[in-house]
Write a protein that binds this ligand. Sequence first.
Ligand code: ATP
Length: 433
Amino acid sequence: RAYIRSASKMMRDRLSPGYLELVRELGKIADAMGLEAFLVGGFVRDLVMSHKNEDFDVVVEGDGIAFARRFAQVHGYRVHSHSEFGTAVIIMEDGFKIDVASARFEYYASPASLPVVETSSLKMDLYRRDFTVNTMAIQINEKSFGTLIDYFGAQRDIKAKAIRVLHNLSFVEDPTRVFRAIRFEQRYGFSIGKLTSNLIKNAVKMDFFRHLSGRRLFSELKLILEDENPIGAVDRMAGYNLLPFIHPDLDFGPEKQDLFESVKEVLTWHDLQFMDDSYMKWAVQFLALFHGFDQDQVDAALLRLEIAPKFHDLFYEHRQYGRQCLYRLEREDKMVNSELYRMLTLLPTEMLLFLLARAKSKKAKRRLTRFLTELKGVACLLSGKTLKQMGIKPGPIYKKVLDAVLDARLDGKVFTFEDEMALAVRLINDANA
Ligand code: ATP
C-alpha cells in the first residue's frame, strides 16, 4: 500500500514559479495523451528535504519517448531518445534538460500456487531504485497534481535519517550502490541502516566489486569526491574496507586525512577567490588519495579505474614535476616572479592546488598563491603581431623576445607599451649584432 498525501503546497512554496509552470505544462501533455506522469527520484527526495534540486526526472506509465516528443513539439524543444531503454531527454532552448523514462506494465509470474500478479508499473519502476529515499513520486497530471506517492517508506526513512536499500539483493544487482549509499549518507548527514550496513559488509566480504567495470567505479568515486564532504565519505569507504578495491595498498590514515583537510581548505579558498569551478575538483582529490604511491601503484589504480588517457599526464609527468617544484618552492631562498612563473606555468590548476595543499612552509604557500592570484594571468602588451608589423622575420626570435618581455613585465622592469617596445628593439638588435 502506498502512502499518499498532497505535496502541492510544498511544490508551490519550494519551486520557483517558472519551474512550477513547466511541471504543469508537462502534466497537460500527459493528460492530452491519456498518460499518467510523475516526477520521481532525487528531485522529489530533495523537495521533501528542502534541498535545491532542479534535475527533473519524469516517469510516464506508457510510452515516455512519444510523450517527450509531443512535449518538445508543442514547445519547440529538442529531444534525444534511446529506444532500447524507452528513455528520452528533452532539451530546452537554454540547455535545461528533462529526463523522461517509460514505466511499462509488467506481469510477474509468481510461485505456482499463487495467481500471476499485475503490479503498477510506477511501483515496479520505483522498486528498482537504489534506496528508499529515492523512491517517491509526485503525480503531475492536472486532476491529481502534486499527489505524493510513497510505496516504500521513503518519508519514514527521511525522518529517521536512514539510507536503506529496498531488498537484500540490491548490492548483488548493482554494487555501485554501495558507493552511492555512502555519498547520500555523507551529503545529508544520514546513517546507513543496520541491515543495509550488513549487506555492504557482505558485499565486501564476497567481493561483489570484482566484476564491476572501472568506468562505473570511477564515475561513482568521482561523484563522491566532488560532493560537499569527501572526507567523511572516504573515511566511510576506509571503514568498510572499500579502498582496496581501488588499489590493494590504498589507506586513509591520519596523515592522509590531514592532507584531505588541507585540500578542502585550498579548494574553498580558490573557489571564493576566483568564482571559477572549471577545473576538475575530483582530480585534486585523487591526487590526495594517491599521495605516497609510487608510479607503479598509481599505474595500477588508473588501470583499475579505467581513467581516460587524457588525464594521465596529471598523474605521471605533472605529478613528478610538481614534486620537484614543491621541493624548490620550500627550499630556494630567492625566487623572482619570472622564475616562479616559468616554473609553475607548466602545471595545470589541479596540480597547483594540490601543491598548495601540500605546502608546509609559509614561503612555499605564499609563492603558490602569488602565482595563482597575481602572475598566472599576466600578459605583455606586445604580441607576435607587433613584431610582424615591425618587419621582423618570423622565427625562434619571436618566442625569445616575447618571453623576455613577459619576464621583464613580471619582474616590474617594464610598465608601458613603449617600455616593452624599447626592450624588444634592444633584444632584436643584440640578436642581429
Ligand atoms: P544527485 O543529486 O547526486 O544527482 P540523484 O538521486 O538525482 O542524485 P542520479 O544519479 O541522478 O541521482 O540518479 C537519479 C535516480 O536514479 C536516483 O534518484 C535513483 O533513484 C536512480 N538511480 C541512480 N543510480 C542508480 C543505481 N545504481 N541503482 C538504482 N537506482 C539508481
